[in-house]
Structures are given as structure tokens and as C-alpha cells.
Design a protein around this ligand. Structure first.
Ligand code: AMP
Length: 302
């Protein structure tokens, strides 16, 4: 099964109370594919500038991520994002978002990427997400992410993209903001009315919750790691584990498949927060993910 992801490819600067980094490989599609590639072959789509070089490609290639659809824009600068975390690491402020090469990006997918069976529209301008969705006509399962930045600045376009997805993944606060509904369950139900069959609310260190259109609900705790260093990309690596599992899943993508996929997402996210950016995922192998999924299964059985 083939998996394609479109989203930001970025350099990030992050500050935490215990340390900072001014240039990390980041971006929603990068965090996603560093996780998904542990479970399924992944093609990444997005533009980069002259500052994106061999060292960055090498990190993706070591994981087997296929980068044929990474478009190099001559003279351009790669997307840049800067954020600062509070002492409560669930709280962060965005300090800077420079779209750079994304401002004029028009996705033109190769035949191989268009043939995606499973497609993830990672966090990026919702018009771009829709353009990619429309090119992947044969996708049997499409999931998407977004964030407050787009909920505020591109609301109508975001609603149109959501109507084309099978599954919407958002942070709990973003779901409440999207639907103008302070109760998470009601917010998720309202989001289901926008079109998707499934809505997943990401709840940071508290885990995640799945709501399905036929009334189903599933909740899973986060993996209780004490080694938290820096959480940027936790949501994207959660999505990567989730979609990687689904891309490798031959039978129907139903609620049962999504429940198991959420355990894989949870395991990937737990590794992601144990280092700056997605550094902790660079050298990880499938066995480490499987071991955490088995632990999660033990922890949540009663
Ligand atoms: P997360 O921590 O899962 O919310 O993802 C953080 C990643 O999203 C960082 O690596 C950023 O480069 C990227 N990012 C931040 N803001 C945006 C945005 N407005 N659009 C797309 N990607 C973004």
C-alpha cells in the first residue's frame, strides 16, 4: 500500500525552559514521515529552498522516505517556524511563521504520489491540501490535520477541505475553536457533521480520542514517558504512526483498524517528545514501536 503526505517541510527554532535550538529539521510532513516510514513506504510532497541541503535529505533517506516530490525552489527559503514552550510543556506560543517557498507553491504530484492508497494532508494552507486531495483520486482513505493559524486565517477554505476527508485530526482546543463549542464531545460531533467519518481529538499528554459518525468512541492514554524533552511534532508523529499502520493494513479501514492505528500513533509520539524536534525518531526501528504498542495494550486492558 502506498502512503503520500503533503505538509510543511521546515526549519524550526524552539525554546523550552531547559534549553533551545535555533535550527531543527521540522515541518508537519517531516515529523509525519519520520514516523510513518517505520511502518510503510512514504512519499513526501512539499517545497524547499536553497537552505535545504544534503544533510536534511540524508535524514529522510536514512528512513527510506521517498523525496522525488520535494520541489527545490531556486533562490527560495524553506518554511520557518519558531515557538516557545512554557513550564507546562503543553502550552506554547508561536513566535514566528514564515511561509517562504509555500507562498507560491503549486503542488504537481508525480504519478507515483498520485497513486496513493492512503493520503495524509498534514498541517499546511488548506487550499494546498485540497489541491493535493484532488490529484490523488484513487485514495481509499484520506486524513488531515490543521491548526489555529489556519482556523483563524482560512476558515472557509479549511471547511471545504474537511468536507473531502475521511478523518480529521485536531488538538482538542483546535476542535473547540473550529466548531465554536467548548465541550469536546459536542465539538467532535459538530466536526463530524462537516463531512468526515472519523474525528480524532489529540489531547497532548492525556492521549487521544476517536469519535465516529455512527456514534462510536474510543480513548487511549498517552504513553507515560517521564523523559519529555521537547514536544514539537508530537501531533504529526502521532499521525505518522496512525497512517503508517493504516497504509500497511490490507483490509477495510474501519473503527477497529483506527483503534489499533491510534496505539501506533501514540507510540511514535511518545518517542518524538523524548528529544528535540524528531531527533529521537532518526535511529528508531520498528521493534521499538511494537514494544511500546504492546506496553500500551497491557496498560489499557482491564
Ligand atoms: P505540532 O507540534 O505537531 O503542532 O507540529 C509542529 C510543526 O508544524 C513544526 O515543525 C512547524 O514547522 C510546523 N508548523 C508550525 N506552524 C505551521 C503552519 N502554520 N503551517 C504548517 N506547518 C506549521
Amino acid at each position: 500500500m502506498t502512503l503520500t503526505v503533503v505538509g510543511s517541510i521546515a526549519f524550526d527554532a524552539v525554546e523550552t525552559p531547559s534549553g533551545s535550538r535555533d535550527r531543527l529539521l521540522g515541518g508537519s510532513a517531516v515529523h509525519f514521515s519520520l514516523a510513518s516510514s517505520l511502518l510503510a513506504e512514504t512519499r513526501i510532497v512539499g517545497p524547499v529552498g536553497d537552505d535545504f541541503g544534503d544533510a536534511e535529505y540524508a535524514i529522510l533517506h536514512r528512513r527510506g522516505v521517498l523525496t522525488d516530490d520535494v520541489e527545490h525552489v531556486p533562490g527560495g527559503k524553506t518554511f520557518f517556524w519558531a515557538g516557545r514552550y512554557h513550564r507546562d510543556i503543553n502550552q506554547r506560543d508561536t513566535l514566528q511563521t514564515d511561509l517562504n517557498v509555500f507562498e507560491d507553491f503549486e503542488p504537481k504530484l508525480s504519478e507515483a504520489s498520485r497513486a496513493a492508497d492512503v493520503l495524509f494532508l498534514a498541517n499546511i494552507q488548506p487550499d494546498l491540501q485540497r489541491e493535493v486531495r484532488e490529484q490523488c483520486e484513487r485514495a481509499r482513505f484520506v486524513a488531515m490535520d490543521s491548526m489555529n493559524f489556519w482556523i483563524e486565517s482560512a476558515h472557509g477554505s479549511l471547511l471545504r477541505t474537511i468536507s473531502l476527508a475521511d478523518c480529521l485530526l485536531l488538538n482538542d482546543g483546535e476542535l473547540e475553536q473550529l466548531t465554536d463549542e467548548p465541550n469536546l464531545t459536542r465539538a467532535a460531533r459538530k466536526a463530524l457533521e462537516l463531512g468526515p467519518r472519523f474525528v480524532i481529538a489529540k489531547q497532548g499528554e492525556y492521549g487521544s480520542a476517536l469519535y465516529s459518525r455512527d456514534g462510536g468512541y474510543f480513548g487511549i492514554t498517552a504513553y507515560p514517558t517521564a523523559d519529555i524533552v521537547e514536544p514539537t511534532g508530537a501531533g504529526d508523529s502521532f499521525a505518522g504512526g496512525l497512517m503508517g499502520f493504516l497504509a500497511a493494513h490490507e483490509s477495510e479501514i474501519d473503527e477497529a483498524a483506527l483503534r489499533r492505528a491510534m496505539a501506533y500513533g501514540t507510540a511514535c509520539a511518545s518517542f518524538n517528545v523524548e528529544g528535540f524536534g524528531s531527533e529521537r525518531l532518526y535511529e528508531l526501528d520498528r521493534a521499538a514501536i511494537d514494544a511500546r504498542v504492546a506496553e500500551l495494550e497491557q496498560m489499557t486492558r482491564f
